[in-house]
Design a protein around this ligand. Sequence first.
Ligand code: GP9
Ligand code: MN
Length: 631
Amino acid sequence: MKSIKWPKHSFMILAIVATWIKTVIVYHTSFEMKIENVMQQFILFINPLSFVLFAYGISLFFKSPKVKNRYIITISVILSIVLYGNVAFYRFYNDFITLPVLFQTSNFGDLGTSVAAIVSPWDLLYFVDVLILILANKYVPKMKDTVKVNVEFRRAYFVLAIAVSFLNLGLAETERPQLLTRSFDRELLVKNIGTYNYHLYDIYIQSKSSAQRALADGSELVEVNNYIRSNQAANNPEMFGKYKGRNLIVVSMESLQNFVINNQMDGHEITPFLNSLTKDKDTYYFSNFYHQTGLGKTSDSEFILENSLFGLGRGAVFFTHGGNTYNSMAERLGDNGYFTNVMHPNNKSFWNRDMMYQSLHINKFYDIDSYKIGEGEAVNWGMKDVPFVEQSAALMKDMPQPFYSRLITLTNHYPFTLDPDDIMIPEYTSNSGTLNRYFQTVRYMDEALKDFFQSLKDQGVYDNSIIVMYGDHYGISENHNKAMAQYLGKDGITPFDNALLQEVPLFIHIPGAGDGKEMTEISGQMDLRPTILHLLGVETSKDMQLGADLFSPEHEDFVIFRDGRFVTDKYVYAGEACYDKATGEEIDGEPCQSYADRATKELENSDAIINGDLLRFYDQKTGNLKQGAAK
Ligand code: GP9
Ligand code: MN
């Protein structure tokens, strides 16, 4: 028989194709990834290739064919184990592996007993490419390379590998802007950059944070503690503990900015229900309240609310520091007998919530699997707000009381689309489709919130609860300044205007309060934790928190943004310039300087706590450093 003349590097090419195709098949057969369009399908198809090209390409540096082939087989074994590890993990947790879970042994408690149920003999198929390589290596000796690799070939090969990576990243960036800087979701990462690259990225993020953590010994806390204690605001004795024992319901209102409140669009009221709350006797409406989030968006707002600490300047702290020790509001309430939970009908791994909520001591996460999404009940990013709030209120009826439930709405999310039946006001007319539709989705969310209050009453949980609702972050970015200026009747949006546009509404609705009013102090999301805990009678004077009680007479009119901008009652600091708040005129920087220094200090303190995982050294009950921490 005439033997086949195999092209150069056949063995390596076989390995590349086998691993690539196997990975794509496994994506489709073993994970439930939602693929919405042809582009996503294509990205999924090419995404294993860049890593596989690099991993096998290293074999081109080996001189001995024997070593080279052995290396190729080893890589295929390792990649198969990684892929299969994810498949088995996914069967149990519906999630991809991230390094910290491998070290969180408690996760594997349940796993141990169910290994038999998770694995099956058919799983050997996941290693079929390894088998092919071993057989080829043994029985098709001609396929093996004996040629020396020339340098040009190697160079061309790696240029190709780099080109494939760029193509992949470029397409992923168009599908999901800021994927790597914001690191939203493990599923999105795998979908866009592939499972192997995802693990590299995960290793990078986790090792960076563990290095910083390893360097801290607790001594850093002394300075942070001094700063916090010297800025602490005294409690308001009239409000402290006034609503002790009530349920706490917190609603994160997606992308809701304050400029729509008590405002109109072409003669249409945008938020009739929320507007009514601004005049309601049981509601405190904070009209100078700002979001303080960074790239972590919704997750940053959750982080700030729970911890009264800033998110990070880069990435999402939910992702990068999901395994830290925190002293969350949920934990405090849990210690005070509350059943704590979050309700959000989305994939549980989005923003790494499933991991982070364990660190925040949240008892239960009602994720997408807790909801029944009927025909026509999903739009845009997922379940519509109206059925979501109705089902959530029904779930609350059966919860042990008191409970702390935190709801995260979703319909008013970019790109702000609705089904025709849900549209209640016309679009705005400007050069920004985003802003034009925004008014409509805000109007829809307002209706959902009205329904929510009614559902709470119907379920009998309204009277014994306090309801806190806040906008999580801006919805209309600076890319829409022209349209925004048109809507606001301005010539343009200056950095001063943009800073003030970061206002989001805050409502604290307390059935029976009777003395509700508009509250005008300059404040931010950092203030939520102390305010809420104090209303419920939980003392926080020893807590490591940066915000202050909004009802405290000592609450200062000063809010710091994550990027260093700030607003006080007199000044606004934005675009590295100081503005007079009353006139919007740029002024000499001097009056802003001491605030700017404090803003820097506060952001540094917050970062120090997170990067050093300092709260592991802190005993919140006594306010002392824990034994073993450096003095
Ligand atoms: C996702 C939702 C939206 O679950 O919270 O996140 P965002 O993009 O607004 O940060
Ligand atoms: Mn959001």
